[in-house]
Write a protein that binds this ligand. Structure first.
Ligand code: PLP
Length: 401
């Protein structure tokens, strides 16, 4: 779905121009979506949310009842998520953890450490001895596993299966697993292994990755209680109505859990949980022609919504026409069929969507960009050109009882 939900549409049309642009989130739509995701997953699959996709407290809170925990990838995320949803299980991952961050995570009592290197394992072991002497800290070494040729081909962001700074090569991960299992680090407890090999994979590719990781883990000859196969479920910005096939993925994971009755599987999606619940809404400021092409300049731009610039796509959008025109000067208006939607920044890279079919688009019309609930505001370079920040609206119709 690309059109705004009725609640979002009403809000976007009722806001005065001075309160645009705005991020508008439909928390009821988010709940409906995550309910369906949860229902598609077998019982023995734990669902964590990768907070980096969208860490707004309202989003973290709305997702809470459907999740087993949250994945955090920095000391900042750790403190933020622990404050926003207190008492929920946290898994602390990410490369380049500092001693201060690891100490804070130990003091916080995070449920799982995803260890990215042998150096980090040794640091964690020593800090655990000092900071948490009375308990064994649960650890999952992160493995960068080569997978069958082609499995990561559809990925927009491959983090594994090739040289990257993420996780450990299989031989090193095995070394870490063995050291954890043989008592080298008495303050650490080997729980299992973690992998996040790529983002942007469809269900068939995701299952191939999960199968490779589970089969590698269960062939190590060391008993493991759990395997975290990561996130990375695709969001297709070119086909916004087409969602990741959670039903097929869930069936495949069910086959995997049946084949390994003692094993808990865990996934940690970000984008595919929250992308669909957010809209970046704005107003057309001007419409003009340049060298044969039409452009609409909208309030805001890629400093608020960097996603199309980083991923190189056109952000899906809907035009909400507005009849009223409050100014004494004439409205600018398009004459062609297609128009490029650009922002207010002084760079040709500030383009949100190219050649959008929008005949008759006028200054004062509103545009709602969809699929902006993940990796949108929080990955953008907000301060460039010092334009005002957008408003944030969390529309909440509590779940029906
Ligand atoms: C370790 C880890 N887990 C989970 C995710 C979430 O990925 P996605 O938002 O594509 O599901 C990421 C994204 O970078 C990641 O690095």
């Amino acid at each position: 779905m690309t059109d705004p939900t009725p609640a979002v549409r009403d809000r976007v049309l009722s806001l005065p121009s001075s309160e645009l642009p705005a991020y508008v989130y439909d928390l009821a739509a988010l709940r409906t979506h995550v309910t369906a995701v949860r229902a598609a997953l077998p019982e023995r699959v734990e669902l964590y949310y990768a907070a980096k996709a969208n860490p707004e407290p309202e989003i973290l809170g709305a997702l809470g009842p459907y999740l087993d925990g949250y994945e955090v990838s920095s000391g900042g995320e750790l403190a933020h998520v622990a404050g926003a949803v207190p008492g929920r299980p946290l898994a602390f991952g990410g490369p380049g953890k500092t001693p201060d961050e690891v100490t804070a995570a130990l003091e916080q009592g995070v449920e799982r450490f995803h260890v990215e290197s042998m150096y980090e394992l040794r640091m964690l072991a020593e800090l655990a001895r000092r900071v948490a002497p009375g308990r064994r800290v649960p650890v999952l070494p992160r493995v960068n596993l080569p997978v069958a040729d082609g499995s990561l081909a559809g990925s927009s962001l491959a983090m594994g299966g090739r040289p990257t700074p993420f996780g450990m090569d299989p031989a090193q991960a095995l070394e870490a697993v063995r050291a954890l299992a043989d008592g080298t680090y008495p303050h650490l407890e080997l729980r299992g292994v973690h992998a996040h090999l790529a983002s942007g994979l469809a269900a068939v590719e995701q299952l191939a990755v999960a199968e490779s990781v589970v089969s590698w883990a269960t062939d190590l000859g060391v008993p493991l209680a759990e395997v975290n196969v990561g996130g990375g479920m695709t969001v297709d910005y070119t086909r916004p109505g087409h969602r990741f096939d959670w039903a097929a993925y869930g069936k495949g994971l069910a086959r995997l859990t049946e084949a390994h009755p003692g094993l808990t599987l865990r996934i940690e999606p970000g984008r595919a949980l929250t992308a669909y619940c957010g809209w970046y809404a704005t107003e057309v400021l001007d419409v003009k022609r340049s060298h044969g092409e039409e452009f609409a300049v909208v309030r805001g731009g890629t400093h608020h919504l960097r996603t199309p610039a980083t991923k190189g796509h056109d952000q899906p959008c809907s035009v909400l026409p507005v009849d009223a025109w409050p100014h004494p000067w004439p409205r600018s208006e398009s004459v062609g069929e297609r128009i490029t939607l650009a922002g207010q920044l002084c760079t040709p890279k500030d383009v949100l969507a190219r050649r959008v079919p929008a005949p008759g688009l006028k200054a004062g019309d509103r545009v709602a960009f969809s699929l902006t609930g993940a990796y949108a505001w929080n990955i953008s370079h907000h301060d460039f050109l010092m334009h005002p920040r957008p408003g944030f609206h969390f529309l909440d119709a509590p779940p029906a009882r």
